[in-house]
Design a protein around this ligand. Structure first.
Ligand SMILES: Cc1cc2nc3c(=O)[nH]c(=O)nc-3n(C[C@H](O)[C@H](O)[C@H](O)COP(=O)(O)OP(=O)(O)OC[C@H]3O[C@@H](n4cnc5c(N)ncnc54)[C@H](O)[C@@H]3O)c2cc1C
Ligand SMILES: Cc1cc2nc3c(=O)[nH]c(=O)nc-3n(C[C@H](O)[C@H](O)[C@H](O)COP(=O)(O)O)c2cc1C
Length: 502
């Protein structure tokens, strides 16, 4: 694929348009559109700036088109990759396959496609509802995919929307408080099927910052129970605890007090697979010995037992973003030469021991999920999407019920290719190649994106973090927008729901 335009263009009174300036893979068939839009932008630039200063008008045209062309080229690349992997979809039923094909570049979404081809979206919605056992709404309407229930072991989630874990850095000595009650409580009232807590640490030394939440002392159980009870009493949301150890990324200041810099006062020693700091200037962690591994495993087990007593519905093990378990998995942070380093199987040994310990305590009828970093975004040097498939396979074989697929965080050099729904391809690959349920996350910018992912069969649950910061009531808003009357509204808020036909 050609670059947008050479740096020396525009030059004097010369500028390029159309194919001469850029190309995009033909699978999205946009060459004509791009060329015509270039022409329109060029005329607009002259209309705006006049013809006295031709280079200025050409520069304005160039600037105008640059980002749009890049976006389209990215969509073309995504579409190209879809075709490269299309064998994966050969078993898909014709209706979701067609929906999948039409939304392959991620530029066309559920809502957008409903304008272009309402019949296809209606049939894809019907198909998804039938397959997922979604009850028809009163009057026979079929709810959009996000409102389909989902079952993990015996846990029933009312819908497919998940409040992604979000550190709040507001606990005191690990104890959560009113902030967490309001934060998590309002997102449960907001209607998400599953509300995940922030990364909650299994020991004081396993915290990222002094404000991180913990589950390692009796007072933590009580504080969490208050929140869990509120969620259960006042919403239909289920609530999961994400448990973690920060490893070599621990002992930092609150992010809004200096961008995750290591603590100067009150710092604590760090543990990691190898004695390599996260950043060159950061404190060097201690390479874990067998006794350290046994102790951390015991801490994860103890936190799990506490989570059970606090009434949580689900436990998620945090094996992503460069924290302790994640740093064992990535070859960039694990340089051990014993049986816990080297091959992927060896690097997974300690994380799997922890999963086993958690699964032994967590009841058979309740689910355990695991968040992973599917790739280090550094090519073959780090974790790749292929490794993620093997990781997921190992996790599923040991009782992980769904893999929550994130990426990066192990090393600061990672170069994520950000964009809408950018981590979904990793989740989708795991879903198809391992057959374990997957939770997608990362720039899923609202319910339209979530519906697109679900109807195309790319993931089972959609986690949203930042969209839930701006809108605690995201699911209620979506229910209103799609006319889904069966969404649970707490009695106190019922008058806020529109009346039929309003
Ligand atoms: C087989 C094929 C299928 C395609 N299918 C699609 C599709 O389905 N949808 C889509 O959007 N796009 C499609 N495209 C791409 C699309 O046709 C091009 O992206 C689009 O035509 C580019 O427009 P343009 O004006 O930049 O270039 P062109 O359409 O190539 O126009 C350039 C013109 O300049 C003329 N020219 C060249 N040199 C000189 C010269 N020295 N002096 C004077 N004139 C000159 C050429 O003869 C030509 O007429 C397809 C392309 C091909 C080849
Ligand atoms: C404020 C904030 C705190 C976060 N804390 C956590 C966390 O505790 N655990 C975790 O796994 N991810 C955490 N994340 C990552 C999110 O869960 C999510 O994966 C990421 O933000 C991408 O999703 P988004 O595009 O919907 O925001 C955090 C993100 C934000 C914005």
């Amino acid at each position: 694929m050609a670059g947008v335009v050479a740096a020396e263009i525009p030059h004097d009174n010369v500028v390029l348009v159309g194919d001469a300036a850029h190309t995009a893979h033909f699978s999205i068939g946009s060459g004509t559109k791009l060329a015509m839009e270039d022409g329109i932008a060029l005329v607009d630039a002259f209309r705006r700036l006049g013809t006295d200063d031709v280079p200025a008008a050409l520069a304005a045209y160039q600037e105008d088109r640059y980002v749009d062309v890049l976006k389209l080229q990215k969509a073309a690349q995504t579409s190209l990759e879809w075709f490269e992997n299309s064998a994966r979809y050969s078993g898909q039923d014709p209706v979701p396959f067609s929906f999948n094909l039409m939304t392959r570049s991620k530029r066309i979404t559920y809502d957008n496609l409903a304008l272009r081809d309402p019949e296809l979206v209606r049939r894809a919605t019907e198909h998804f509802a039938a397959k997922s056992g979604t009850p028809r709404a009163a009057g026979g309407a079929v709810p959009p995919p996000v409102f389909a229930p989902f079952r993990l072991r015996e846990l029933e989630l009312a819908n497919r929307i998940v409040v992604s874990p979000m550190c709040q850095y507001s606990a005191v000595e690990g104890t959560v408080n009113d902030w967490h009650l309001v934060h998590l409580g309002s997102r449960a009232i907001g209607g998400a099927g599953l509300v995940m807590t922030e990364m909650t640490d299994v020991s004081a030394a396993g915290r990222i910052t002094p404000g991180c939440a913990g589950m390692y002392a009796e007072e933590h159980v009580e504080a969490w129970r208050r929140i869990v009870d509120f969620v259960h009493a006042n919403s239909r949301s289920r609530i999961g605890l994400q448990i973690a150890h920060a490893g070599r990324k621990g002992s930092c200041s609150h992010p809004w007090e200096g961008d995750d810099a290591p603590l100067v006062q009150g710092a604590w020693p760090l543990l990691a697979p190898s004695a390599i700091p996260f950043r060159a200037q950061w404190p060097v962690p201690r390479a874990m010995r067998r006794e350290d591994m046994a102790e951390v495993t015991r801490q994860f087990a103890a936190s799990t037992e506490m989570a059970l007593r606090a009434g949580f519905d689900l436990v998620e093990l945090h094996m992503a973003h460069g924290y302790l378990l994640s740093s064992f998995i990535s070859p960039l942070s694990n340089r051990r030469d014993d049986e816990f380093g080297g091959t992927l199987e060896n690097r997974m040994r300690f994380p799997l021991q922890v999963l086993d310990a958690v699964r032994r305590i967590w009841p058979e009828h309740l689910p355990v999920t695991v968040r992973i970093s599917a790739t280090d975004w550094l090519g073959e040097a780090g974790l790749t999407g292929g490794d993620a498939v093997e990781i997921a396979r190992l996790l599923a074989a040991r009782g992980c019920d769904a893999v929550d697929v994130s990426s990066a965080g192990n090393v600061p050099e990672s170069q994520p290719d950000y964009g809408r729904m950018y981590q979904v391809p990793f989740a989708e690959r795991i879903k198809y190649e391992v057959g374990v349920p997957v939770m997608a996350v990362g720039a899923i910018l609202g319910v339209d994106h979530a519906n697109t992912i679900l109807a195309a069969g790319r993931a089972d649950l959609c986690c949203m973090a930042r969209p839930h910061l701006a809108d605690a009531y995201l699911t209620l808003h979506a229910a209103e927008r799609y006319g889904y009357r069966e969404q649970y509204w707490p009695g106190q808020y019922l008058l806020g729901r529109s009346k039929p036909g309003e």
